[in-house]
Write a protein that binds this ligand. Structure first.
Ligand SMILES: Cc1ncc(COP(=O)(O)O)c(C=O)c1O
Length: 398
């Protein structure tokens, strides 16, 4: 079928909730994708920070083939071996003692919100149910997670939102301290805000939140749906600050593109999830956990977080060099391969110009160009991406 008809049908048959780029992508390999006219692109979007190992990585393709031919789904009425091995691997490489699997980032955050409410009500006090989140955050699109999300544009039309959430400015410890009260069950933050503009907190922020939680009994939830699994140059972003949460949520990159989510927590928190209190039909199927196991084993075994750290520094140095001659760049910030280039102008035309020149990049908020290449990206691809970006930014500056 020709590209034009496909896009017309897409516009006709889908609900109109996505503002889609006018491209039909048909094939991917490593850092590259091809469209239906066989044009090649460098993919610095990775399906929004999902395909950390790039497209069609041979280990992942092999794991998918083998898992598909062995066992797809049996439900959580039964045990399945890959799910157990994945939970063990996650526990051995994080702060956590226990893992709950689900199917997306929003579901992982739903599980986190449910567990902290139940824990606080049962262990602390029956009126401790509130979660304090931050402005500009993004936690998902279900009613609870959109209520937790601190961006009014995602709320419009869906009110009344779920009660039990407060929002305070990100990176503002005093505001968080003032908001904490006898109803607070938990604080929910992204260690680095992704969708909100690649916002990196001051060094004292996450340790300060840890202390506020320790002093008040509230639980600390880190939403690492975007920052986790090596993206920021550490396996988990919280490792940059040496602070451990009580609950952490993951999704996106955990199975390199096969849908999965996970909520990890400490032992005593997990005990709130008594048998039958929470669950999901598809969660942690033998298929998806086999693929996640292959993904995580490769990311850890090939030391890809370290590699992401090096490549990220190269990219940020290059972007800062561009800044010297292009005042349209206000700031370059990031950790590892989650990089934001804040502009003095809207970012969307720059994203379009990059695409025309063969580079796919994201926005994060109105004025930030977000780069999220795969963790396996080569230096030569970073150089090429910077050339294209430089050209697009120079045109935007005119
Ligand atoms: C930090 C964060 N949390 C949660 C989500 C929601 O994940 P999902 O789209 O898989 O529901 C996202 C998605 O972008 C995210 O970036």
């Amino acid at each position: 079928m020709d590209t034009k008809t496909l896009m017309e049908w897409s516009a006709k048959y889908h609900t109109p909730n996505y503002g889609r780029t006018p491209l039909v992508l048909v094939r991917g390999e490593g850092t590259r994708v091809w469209d239906s006219d066989n044009r090649e692109y460098l993919d610095f979007t990775t399906g929004i920070a999902v395909t950390g190992l790039g497209h069609c990585h041979p280990v992942i393709t092999g794991a998918i083939r083998e898992a598909a031919a062995t066992l797809l789904h049996v439900s959580n009425i039964f045990h399945n071996a890959p799910q157990v091995h994945l939970a063990k691997l996650l526990v051995e490489h994080s702060f956590a003692d226990r893992v709950f699997f689900c199917n997306s980032g929003a579901e992982a955050n739903e599980a986190a919100l449910k567990v902290v409410r139940k824990y606080a009500k049962e262990r602390l006090s029956s009126d401790r149910y509130e979660v304090i989140a931050t402005n500009n955050s993004f936690h998902g699109r279900t009613l609870a997670t959109v209520s937790a999300t601190g961006q009014p544009k995602y709320h419009h039309g869906f009110e009344p939102l779920m009660p039990g959430f407060k929002h305070v400015p990100y990176n503002d410890l005093r505001a968080m301290e003032r908001a904490l009260d006898s109803h607070t069950a938990a604080i929910l933050v992204e260690p680095i805000q992704g969708e909100g503009g690649v916002n990196i907190p001051d060094d004292g922020y996450l340790p300060g939140l840890r202390k506020l939680c320790d002093d008040s009994g509230a639980l600390l939830i880190f939403d690492e749906v975007q920052t986790g699994v090596g993206r920021t140059g550490r396996l988990w972003a919280y490792q940059h600050w040496g602070v451990e949460p009580d609950v952490m949520t993951l999704a996106k990159a955990l199975a390199n593109g096969i849908p999965i989510g996970a909520m990890l927590c400490r032992e005593d928190v997990a005990t709130a999830l008594t048998a039958g209190s929470h669950g999901s039909t598809f969660a942690g199927s033998a298929f998806v956990t086999s693929v996640a196991l292959a993904t995580l084993t490769t990311i850890i075994g090939d030391k890809l977080p370290e590699r992401a750290d090096h490549r990220g520094r190269e990219l940020m140095d290059g972007a800062r060099e561009l800044q010297e001659t292009l005042p349209v760049i206000k700031e370059v910030r990031g950790r590892g391969l989650l990089i934001g280039i804040e502009l003095t102008k809207p970012a969307a035309p720059v994203v379009d110009a990059c695409r025309e020149a063969g580079l796919l990049v994201l926005t994060a908020g109105e004025k930030v160009v977000r780069l999220a290449p795969p963790l396996i990206v080569e230096s030569a691809d970073c150089k090429r991406a910077l050339e294209i970006l430089g050209g697009a930014l120079a045109a935007a500056a005119k």
